[in-house]
Every structure is written in C-alpha cells, then in structure tokens.
Design a protein around this ligand. Structure first.
Ligand code: NAD
Length: 252
C-alpha cells in the first residue's frame, strides 16, 4: 500500500489536469449506500417495494405510471439531509484549490462534493438538491419533495407534478454536463476512476475518451479496465483509506 501511495503522490506532483470520475462508492463512507455492493440499495429487499425492480423504481416510467410508489421510494431512500462529506470529498476539494484537479465528474446525486468545497463538479445524473415542475419548469427548494404533505407533490402555479432534477432510467443525460465531462476527460493528464461499477451507460463510456498519461483506479471490487503497466495504478480497497493517507502525506 505504502509503495502505491508514494507512486500516486508522484503522479499528482507530475500532473496539471487531474480529473476525478466517481460513482456511488465515493459517498458510502458518508453513510449513503451505493447500488450494487452487497449492502447496496439493489440488495435491500423491502417488502413494500418488492414487486418492482430498483431500476423501475428510479425510472421515468415509474414516475408517470406509479407516481405514489416513486415518491414513497424516493423519500425513503434518497434523502441526504444532514449527511456530511468524507475524507475523499475533502481531499478532492483541496486538490482543486491547489490547482491540481480540473474537475470532479460525478454520477452521484447527493451534492457532497460541493458541500466539501469543490467548485467544478459535473453532475452527470443531476441532483436531489433541486426540484422543478414538470409542466411549467418552476424551480422548487431542495427539501420540497421531502417536506411536502402531498403523496405526489404538485406545482402551486400550474398543478403540474413537481419532480427531482435527477436523471431517471429512460431519460437522457444533461447535455451540457456530459459535453463538459467529455472535454475534461479528453484534456486530462491523469484520470482517477473511483467507486463505480461502470455499469451505467452512457456515463461509464466517457472513460474511454481518456488519452492522458496516468490512469488510477480505486474500487473495492475489480473493474474491467485495461491498464498500461507502470504508468497506471490500481487500489482494490476503500478509497477513504487511500485519501486519508494522501491527506496525511501531502499535508492538505
Ligand atoms: P454502483 O453501486 O453500481 O457501484 C459502486 C462501486 O463502488 C462498487 O463497485 C463498489 O465496490 C465500489 N465501492 C463502494 N464503496 C466504496 C469505497 N468506499 N471505496 C472504494 N470502492 C467502493 O454505483 P455507480 O457505478 O455509481 O452507478 C449507480 C448509480 O448510482 C449512479 O448513476 C448514481 O446516480 C446512483 N447512486 C448515487 C448515489 C449517491 O448520490 N450517493 C447513491 C446510490 C446510487
């Protein structure tokens, strides 16, 4: 481990445009379950929702065909109020402040990178911290859905349905964030891929745009990515362990 940490520090020192591409695993150490780990959301078998697949519960079909079920599931599982960033979020914000990290590209919808101080965060799947009316696009405050007394929240102006600004299964990714992520990965000299199963497309496909020098993978489970010997680095452990060491060693 120590040898790998020293190598990672060397990569960071050599790099000018580090890009971090992360998924739900980045926030597990803040207490938010991911999807596909053994204690992830896909493996929690709630009797209440067991007639629906997790993908369906987070789909645009569910929002429109079974809105009560959608909002019940969403309120139970997606509320991140009071949850704090962890060491990974904090160190990434510091690396950006030091001019090393160009962007965090995240599949997460919890806003924890921004809460830790990161400025350039490209959210590929939107955020639970914003809501809007599907019909008139009126924005609603971040807690609106969680605090609304209505099973299915409705717009005060036009009676349209209020929904979270997250990308559901069956919807396109936000074009602007996707294009910017594409460009950031393209110009990166080091790409860190962390806490993602790379199962959700088209987000996961972005990593193939990387043509820079060092690829660093941090994931508890092995990922199917081809690596280039000495120039690349793989940590198969909790990323909190790696970032804690980084924090200590480079005095962030
Ligand atoms: P995933 O659940 O498919 O995969 C997570 C991966 O991270 C797994 O391979 C797991 O082994 C690894 N992992 C978990 N904790 C880790 C840790 N501490 N250190 C290192 N590795 C760790 O998640 P995904 O690939 O991001 O894709 C699923 C979708 O999940 C995304 O689209 C995202 O929107 C959504 N999601 C987001 C949140 C969130 O915002 N926090 C939470 C759950 C799901």
């Amino acid at each position: 481990m120590e040898e790998k940490i020293q190598k990672l520090i060397k990569f960071i020192e050599e790099s000018e445009h580090i890009v971090f591409f992360g998924g739900a695993g980045v926030s597990t150490e803040s207490g938010i379950p991911d999807f596909r780990s053994k204690d992830g959301l896909y493996n929690q078998h709630d009797v209440q929702f067991e007639s629906f697949s997790p993908e369906y519960l987070l789909s645009t079909d569910c929002l429109h065909r079974h809105p009560k079920v959608f909002f019940e599931f969403y309120r139970q599982k997606m509320n991140v109020k009071g949850i704090q960033p962890n060491v990974t979020h904090r160190v990434l914000a510091e690396l950006e402040a030091k001019g090393k990290l160009s962007a965090v590209i995240t599949q997460n919808i919890d806003g924890l990178h921004q809460k830790a101080g990161s400025k350039r965060v490209l959210e590929l799947h939107g955020t639970t911290l914003k809501n809007y009316c599907e019909r008139c696009r009126q924005p609603y405050p971040s807690d609106y859905i969680f605090e609304s007394k209505e099973d299915v929240p409705h717009c005060e102006k036009c009676e349209g349905m209020i929904r979270p600004d997250v990308t559901l299964y069956g919807e396109n990714l936000p074009e602007d964030a996707f294009q910017q992520a594409f460009q950031e990965i393209h110009r990166a000299d080091t790409l860190i891929i962390a806490g993602t199963s790379l199962k959700v497309q088209p987000a996961a496909g972005l990593i193939y745009e990387f043509t820079g020098k060092h690829l660093v993978v941090m994931n508890r489970e092995p990922l199917d990515i081809s690596l280039n010997g000495e120039e690349d680095l793989v940590f198969e452990c909790s990323m909190g362990e790696v970032f804690k060491k980084l924090e200590d060693e480079i005095c962030l």
